[in-house]
Design a protein around this ligand. Sequence first.
Ligand SMILES: C[S@@+](CC[C@H](N)C(=O)[O-])C[C@H]1O[C@@H](n2cnc3c(N)ncnc32)[C@H](O)[C@@H]1O
Length: 282
Amino acid sequence: MSEWGGLIALGIGLALLLALAWWLLIASEGVYLGRRVVIWLYDLYAHRYNDVKDYYPEYEQLYLAEPFLDALAPQVNPLVLDVATGTGRLPLALALHPDSRGFTIGVDLSRQMLHHAINTLHPHEERAAFIHAPAENLPFPDHTFDAVTCLEALEFMVNPQAVLAELVRVLRPGGLLLITQRINTRLLPGKAWDEAQMLAALEACGVVNSDIEVWQMDYHKVWGTKAGASDPVGARPATAVTRCPRCATVAWQIHGDEWLCETCKATYPVGSDGVLEFMQPA
Ligand SMILES: C[S@@+](CC[C@H](N)C(=O)[O-])C[C@H]1O[C@@H](n2cnc3c(N)ncnc32)[C@H](O)[C@@H]1O
């Protein structure tokens, strides 16, 4: 091969490598490299997340909080779980809504994203709590929440179907599910679902009345209800519904900046910012 031929081959090789790195680390946010990489990238990027997303508070009220609360009406004090809460987008939208009296627990595996969430919610701290825990194994008993949400996150889970089942597990019968669906599924093969796949996945988890509607540029909003019926749960503190990751009971004593499980005596620290640390060894 001539010298030029070698240089061209090297250039093409480098361009292909860059394209692969872009797809693996940026377009698909690390999901094909495993959960650790996804969370590492979010930890790295957390301080820029809100600036990049640039959510308009008015739109968050109009297109998120209001339709969500309308769907829950007449209940005004829902107990809500926001899985993969990130920097606390949904808890904030609900806390700022004048008619909402509920309580939201935000769960995420990126500790840095949660740090931003809890700082943002600080002026409304009686309206939300944040727990560092995985979406795959939510620390709550079955049928706990009036509503469960998971926005812009399911496609970045290593096993989205298993996470969907987990979201539905902790929702009470008749409770409201709100998730999002990526519109362009080509860049996330096997992770992002088209409408038919989404509806089939919801049905398989026992979700009824599913409905998909236009939302943002990259996403649809997907609504559903857990089959069955039950009484509303209503706002209550995280200590009343969070189960111990070790023994799965809900029985806590709070000692300063530590949660002590009354049953198995495991302890879990509360970070200096107020986030409950379920990823620390008990
Ligand atoms: C695009 S952000 C969405 C954040 C927020 N829901 C929003 O709409 O702004 C995706 C979030 O999913 C979280 N995440 C990804 N995989 C997770 C997992 N297995 N368990 C919990 N959180 C996860 C990331 O840390 C990140 O905060």
